[in-house]
Write a protein that binds this ligand. Structure first.
Ligand code: SAM
Length: 320
């Protein structure tokens, strides 16, 4: 997520622009209405008109602080703004899992930019919060990337388009099962794939049901959709492709990594987050060029042990 709250405040306090605006605020008369300023331009106009009055009051400082806050928020909004994410009762709203996935992308932003992807894709886009955030993360440095997003839910496709539009960005949004109608066209071309699948363990019959239940119902061990997604991702990813996947501990992520390892992928945990309801793990996969290490480490037992060790050390670091 973008910089918010106390951290944001601290950055503002240490920012020289803040002092500039504070100085500027000496010349701003107390505002008759407490509403925050709409734009820098209009405020500067007010400043120039009232320049001779030169009054330094508490409310003018607050006014300037507000202005600086607005400007900084705009400058630092590297991810989608939840207030501008469109919604519908039949579409999954951005939640802890969506935020954890975007945090993983944020944590990897520099690597993603250096990775220089040409095609980025999300499977199961829901409200469009994640694909919009990915675009915002990359668009300044990489303006020519092609973005795609799919969802089985037709309303989600519409809502995603609205979210993209509200952020002034665009992507090709397709209503399809996983990526079925795109597989031929995109085989071996996707450089970055992100998936927050329906992962909640549920009875198998709930998977793919009409309505909002299809957003979370993951069948046995929450793996029904995940296990269908993995071979598709393998076919779509380019040689240098990266794949970010949201999982729960109850999905047996070590097994998922082992399965991907057998397909030639290395993996790591990018974000681990425990909420009241779930223990989320965001995994990243990439093709491992070192064939030998793939052979050596495919012994299930050693791999699962190794994964559990890295998960506990990851959790320990977060708790410290
Ligand atoms: C957990 S929600 C995630 C939504 C969004 N990506 C986010 O992180 O906020 C899972 C999404 O996958 C979609 N979905 C479920 N099964 C799918 C399938 N077979 N193919 C494509 N999308 C699917 C659901 O409609 C839902 O929008």
């Amino acid at each position: 997520m973008g910089l918010k709250g106390p951290l944001h405040g601290l950055i503002i306090l240490y920012n020289p622009t803040f002092f500039f605006f504070c100085t500027l605020s000496c010349f701003i008369p107390p505002s008759p209405s407490p509403s925050p300023p709409c734009s820098v331009k209009s405020t500067l106009l007010e400043v120039s008109q009232d320049y001779p009055k030169r009054r330094f009051t508490k409310s003018s400082i607050l006014y300037a602080f507000n202005l600086q806050w607005t400007v900084m928020s705009e400058m630092t909004s590297r991810t989608a703004d939840v207030m501008r994410v469109s919604s519908h009762c039949e579409v999954y709203e951005p939640c802890d899992d969506s935020f954890a996935l975007v945090d993983a992308l944020l944590a990897d932003q520099t690597n993603l930019i250096n990775h220089d992807p040409k095609v980025c894709m999300e499977i199961g886009c829901g409200s469009g919060y994640v694909i919009t955030s990915l675009i915002l993360l990359l668009k300044e440095k990489l303006p020519n990337v092609h973005y795609l997003a799919t969802d089985t839910n037709q309303i989600a496709a519409r809502v995603t388009n609205e979210t993209l539009q509200a952020h002034g960005v665009s992507a090709e949004v397709v209503c399809t099962d996983i990526a079925s109608c795109l597989e031929e066209r995109l085989a071996g071309l996707v450089d970055v794939m992100v998936v927050n699948p329906p992962y909640v363990p549920t009875p198998e019959y709930e998977v793919g049901m009409e309505g909002i239940a299809s957003a979370w119902a993951g069948g046995e061990n929450g793996r029904s959709v995940i296990d269908r997604v993995l071979p598709v991702v393998d076919r779509l990813l380019s040689e240098k492709g990266w794949f970010y996947l949201v999982t729960l501990t109850s999905n047996y992520p070590s097994e998922i990594c082992l399965g991907m390892r057998k397909r030639g992928y290395a993996s790591r945990i990018v974000v681990q987050r425990s909420t009241e309801e779930e223990n989320l793990i965001i995994l990243k996969f990439w093709r491992d060029k070192d064939e030998e290490s793939v052979d050596k480490e495919t012994s299930s037992e050693s791999f699962v042990k190794q994964f559990s060790r890295s998960l506990s050390s990851f959790m320990e670091k977060q708790w410290r």
